[in-house]
Design a protein around this ligand. Structure first.
Ligand code: URA
Length: 231
């Protein structure tokens, strides 16, 4: 009994330490986060993600690693029901080594909070793990070099829903060429996971009228995940 307790305390300490490194400072008790089987599930998934992060850290498949300040691997709940996938880190993300922390990221955090969730409930990742210089669009060669890591992240996390933010993430995961304005608003099947494409938060900063449509998409996700919608 005492040994089990000590082991659990050790596990929790390790979890908190890893979370701190990922910038996660608060916890939210959802059904999935209770210290039960799903907690040990989260622990196993986190370990697998940590292993993958080490591999990505030494990746030289494309040139982007040369100019990075920090790798932006992804962060959040390793056992999340909902995963957001963006395009690539920008300047702020490169500096902090965390996804979506700049202006677009702050908007994404607000969207997540409006969904009755916290950032630490969901998992956030990008197609590219390193910043393209001057925030230029990802090149095809870079996407092809990096997508495999995202696919592994998805396989480890096993989310119920993926929200693809913007056309790069949508195109890459769905292999569809239609514009995001045509694709958004409904679920698609990605390896038996429901995938909702929506506008990228950076687009919303330039086109605030798109926020209403994004909120429609988020409400669909909330329904799918049985999250209560505030009136
Ligand atoms: N835009 C993205 O697509 N990802 C980030 O992490 C930040 C901005």
């Amino acid at each position: 009994m005492q040994k089990e307790l000590n082991d659990t305390v050790k596990k929790i300490k390790l979890l908190i330490e890893t979370d701190k490194n990922l910038g996660i400072e608060e916890y939210f008790l959802s059904n999935k986060n209770k210290f039960n089987n799903s907690d040990s599930q989260a622990f196993k998934k986190r370990k697998r993600l940590d292993g993958l992060r080490k591999i990505v850290l030494s990746c030289k498949k494309c040139k982007l690693y040369r100019a990075r300040t920090n790798l932006v691997f992804g962060e959040g709940n390793p056992d999340a029901d909902l995963m957001f996938v963006g395009e690539a880190p920008g300047r702020d993300e490169d500096i902090q080594g965390r996804p979506f922390v700049g202006r677009a990221g702050k908007l994404l955090s607000r969207i997540i909070n409006a969904m009755n969730l916290k950032r630490s409930d969901v998992y956030i990742a990008n197609i590219l793990k390193d910043r393209p210089p001057n925030n230029r669009n990802p090149e095809e060669e870079e996407i092809q070099a990096c997508t495999g890591y995202l696919i592994e992240q998805i396989e480890i996390i096993e989310p119920k829903v993926i929200c693809a933010l913007g056309s790069f993430a949508t195109k890459e995961l769905l292999k569809k060429d239609e514009p995001i304005s045509k694709l958004r608003g409904k679920f698609y099947n990605y390896k038996n996971i429901k995938l909702m494409p929506t506008y990228h938060p950076a687009y919303l900063l330039r086109n605030p009228h798109g926020k209403k449509l994004v909120w429609e998409d988020m409400k669909e996700i909330m329904k799918e995940l049985s999250i209560k919608i505030r009136k």
